[in-house]
Each structure stands twice: as structure tokens, then as C-alpha cells.
Design a protein around this ligand. Sequence first.
Ligand SMILES: Nc1ncnc2c1ncn2[C@@H]1O[C@H](COP(=O)(O)OP(=O)(O)OP(=O)(O)O)[C@@H](O)[C@H]1O
Length: 614
Amino acid sequence: MAAGSDDGPTDRDEVRRHPLGNLWRLRSYLRPHALEFALLMLAGLAATGAGIAVPLVAQRVVDGPIARQDPTGLYRLAGLALLLGLAEAALIFIRRWVQTSSSVAMEAAIRDDVYAHLQRLPASFHDRWPSGQLLSRITSDLSVLRRFLSFGVLFLVLNVVTYLVVVVLLVRLHPVLGVLVATSAVPLFLIARRFGRHYHTASRRMQDQQGDVATLVEETAQGLRTMKAYGRGPQLAARFAAGTRALHDTGVDKGRLLARTAALLDMVPNLTLGVVLVAGAAAVSTGRLTIGQLVAFVSLQLMLIWPVQSLGWIIANGQEAATAADRIQEVLDTAPAIVDAPGAIAVPRSAVRGRLHFDAVTFRYPGTTAAVLRGVDLVVEPGETVAVVGATGSGKSTLLSLVPRLHDVGSGRIALDGHDLRDLRLDSLRGLVGMAFEEPTLFSMSVWENLTLGRPDAGADEVRAALTLARAEFAYDLPWGLQTRLGEQGLSLSGGQRQRLALARAVLVRPAVLVLDDPLSALDVHTEALVESALRRVLRDLTALLVVHRPSTIALADRVALLEHGRISAVGTHTDLLATVPAYRALLSAEPAGPPSPRRAVGPTPGGSPLVHS
Ligand SMILES: Nc1ncnc2c1ncn2[C@@H]1O[C@H](COP(=O)(O)OP(=O)(O)OP(=O)(O)O)[C@@H](O)[C@H]1O
């Protein structure tokens, strides 16, 4: 994916040209822990040194006290070997202790940054990225990175150092055999390089598939009711099984690739060991090598087996970490499209009159070709309530979402009291605009926290007033009153209850402009009438833009704007539009536009039957 765009996740099989580049770009997270890393590296190197010294002590034991039958010398060297063993154990403990805290802290720092970045990204980004993909990036990808930062990098360094030091010692003990062991690095390097290339592709595929599976689980959990109602369980299960099968197959491919490589990697040091044993025994028999030296040589060589064996794992871990870094950078590289302009100003609520002016506004969703809005002109005067009416899919919700800048206009401008919305600071704008949607989102936190989302400083009286206004006093009767924690997405409440809480939340902000996207659709006729009468009082003091689908709600508006073909084709009072605009009349009666039929009564239907038929 190109940096800076908010297109969806990257093409599945695309292999990055520089898989390690994105890993390297995360180095800034290492900086605060540089000291800890230096310490654990030192402890690791010292432990490796202590481990390497043991075979050298063994050489002296065999060639010295054992050959000379000198028990005192033997005890001295045995004591030294014991001390070296203890030192190695203590150093390994220190290394692991430091390692855990620093890598977990780095993981948390990256996670916080990714989350904060996700918050800054516009609605269009979240429209296009499946939430499971984001979830898997912020959870499993970061765990992979932590494992690499805590184990992979360290063992890579320690193993390379061990290899080099041991090879130098081996060459000093027996140059020919030492060089033989050193040259075994060539096939090891070739095997590792080939493995790395293949493994990178497989890990990218697997990590993307994990995201797909997470998306399926999330969709199923959210759409459980719909799924059950339509009896779609088996189909969804089949879709899920296909996703997990793909994941399984990639996992098996990866595992087999690792197994094949591990076997090859294993073979190289074991073959060299065999050659060393035969050639070493011959050298001892001709007196060119002492038994002690042979013991030391073989013991040192055995120390290379683990670094070589672990090479496959380290490369695999490194490739997965590079892929994880890739996937995380894809999110971090997406520039937030809606940000404060340089010199953006904050306008205090008291200074806002509330004149909202849409001036030749156009809008097209990213990734689509047809514009939804094609030159919308509309003025909402301070204190006025305008209802936007139009056929389903005509762009009413889209138009409303431009006011708090959930999306930005393509061309034209929207001005609040003459200020282009893009010249206002986002936090200021969103403090001035209250919004409630048809599908209200409540969070899995307490009712109080949900209500005060836009006004954390609101007092109990203000919250009560907002709840009363929205006819949402039921919240006090919940088991723990306003402290009752809501289920995920507020699903423990009815649709109407959720809408009323969302309305109370929007009103509590004391907005200068209230934007309501059909917020009463889930209320029964009786409650709707109550909420409407309360809303009428609120709407008197502010500018409001409403999308309504029910005839009864349209009466809340001073004027109605008809949205057709991406433009406002008519504005006027409900009565005027009914009398003069056939398209409006047709919309209300759900009939094709044409001359009004003298026999058909048009207008708001008592009892609130749907105004706009979907
Ligand atoms: N996130 C999106 N990405 C691409 N296209 C979108 C997106 N959201 C909406 N659209 C398209 O934009 C058009 C207008 O949608 P919008 O939701 O604004 O209509 P609406 O008038 O509010 O509809 P309704 O009355 O059914 O709620 C539709 O054609 C819809 O398919």
C-alpha cells in the first residue's frame, strides 16, 4: 500500500523489497531502553564467555592434573569450572530479567502509538480497513515483534559472537580442522538465505490470513442476531472453516519449510563433527594434538550446535517480525487526512451564532468514481432547524457527516459563521457540533461514561437534564443506575434505549449546531412524541440539521431541504414544498413524481408511518 493513502490493506502476496527496512524504522522505540539493552547484551556476552571458557578448563584438566595425577590441581580447576558455571547461571538470570521488562515496555509503546494513530485516521480509513486486520496488527503482530526484540535480536548477536569466538579458538587449537569448521558457515549461509526468502512470503500470507479470520470472528459476534434470525449459521461456519483452512495450510507450509531447513542446518555441524572426530583421533595418535586439546576442540564444537540449530528459528522469528513491522507501518504510514490546518482557530461556544453555509459542496467517497454530492448549496440560519429529505441513498447521512468533519468536502466549502470548517481546530469544531446517529454507538463502559463522552466535566444535574430531555430516565432504573456498565456496543439495551442515550449524549455537549441523523427511528410512537416535544425546546436555542424518515418528526423543522441527484433541489416549509414540488410530494407518498393527484391525500401520516421508503 502506498504510504499516505487510506486504501485498504496491502495486496496479499506482495513481497516487500526491503523486508528489514520497516523493522529498522522501529528503532526509535529501542532508544529509551538503550541502557537496558546494553546491559542485557553485556550480561549475555559475559554468560557466553563463561560458557566458552569451560571446555578450555577441561583441556587443562585433562592435559594437566589428570595426566600428572595431581589431585590438588584437579580440585583447583574443578572449582574454577564450578565458578564459571555459577557465573553463567547468574548472568543468564540477569539477562532474562532485564529482557522481559524492556521488550514488554517497547511493545506497549508501539501499541499506544498505533492506537493513537488509529484515532486520528478519518472515517474513510475505517470504512476501508476490516477491523479484524487492525485488531490482528495491534495484538498478534506486536507480540511477534516483542518476541523478536526480546529473543531474536539478542540470540542473533550472541550466536554470531559465539560462532566467531569458537572458530578462532578452534583454529588456534588445530588450524586445519578449525578452518574446516569455519568453512561450514558457507552452506549454512546459503541455506539460511534461501529459507529467509521463502519464509517471508509465507509469514506475510499467514499474518494477513490471521487478520481475515479475526474479521470473520468479529463480524459473526456483532451480527449474531441477524445470523441466527436468518438461519445463516452453517454458511457462516463454512466461510469461517474456509478461512481457518487457508490459515492452517499456510501454517503447515511454514512449519514444513522450517522443518526442512532445520534438518539441513542440523546436518552441517553434525557432519563436520564426524570429520573432526576421525581426523582429531588420527592427529592424537600421531602426537600432533593432545587428548586434552581434542576434548576441548570437540566440546567447543558442540557449543556451535545450538547456535546453528537455532539459526532457523531466529531467521523465522526475524522474518515474522519484519512482516509484522511491515503491517504495522502500513497503518502508521497512513497520513491522517483530516487534521488541523496551520493556524486553525478555536472558537468559544459563546461566540458562535450558528449560521451554517454549504457552498457548492461536492463529495465523493475514496475509491469510488461517482460523486455523492455534486454542488450542494444550503444555508441554515442561526437557531433554525432544517430537515434534509431525500430518497434512500441520496446522500443525506453523507451531507450530515461533513459538518463535524468526519469526512472533508471534495470541493466547495462549509462555513460556520463565515469560518470555513477547515479553518477551525478539530477539537473546537467537534465541541461545537453535537451528533446523534440512527445506529448509535455506545461503548462497553458505564452509562455515565457513555453520556459524558463529549463533556467529561458535566455535573449530575446537567446529565439528569439531558436524560430527561431525551426521555432516557430509564437509565436511573438500571441495576447500578448510571454506573451500570453496558455490554459491548450497548447491546444490553434496546434499540430505542440506545437511541435515547445517544441523544442525551449529543444534547449534553451543549452544541451550537446539532446534527441528528434519524435519531428517533427506533422509538415507539408514544416515546417519539415525548422526545420530540422535549427536542422542540432544545432546538429553539441552536442550529440543527436533521435527517428524518418519519412524517411526525418533520414537523420539528422550520424548513425542509430536498436532496436530489447530489444537489439541494428545493428548500421551503413542508407545506410550501408539498404544494409546489412534485418530487417532494412523490417522495412523501412513495410514488413517482408527477402532477399531484387530486384524490390522494399527501402529507404527514398520523401515527408515523415511514416517510421515505427504503
Ligand atoms: N463509506 C462509504 N463508502 C463508499 N460509498 C458510500 C459509503 N457510505 C455511503 N456510501 C454511498 O453513498 C451514497 C449515499 O449514502 P448515504 O448513507 O449518505 O445516503 P442516505 O441518503 O443517508 O441513505 P438512507 O436514507 O438509506 O440512510 C450511497 O450510494 C452509498 O452507497
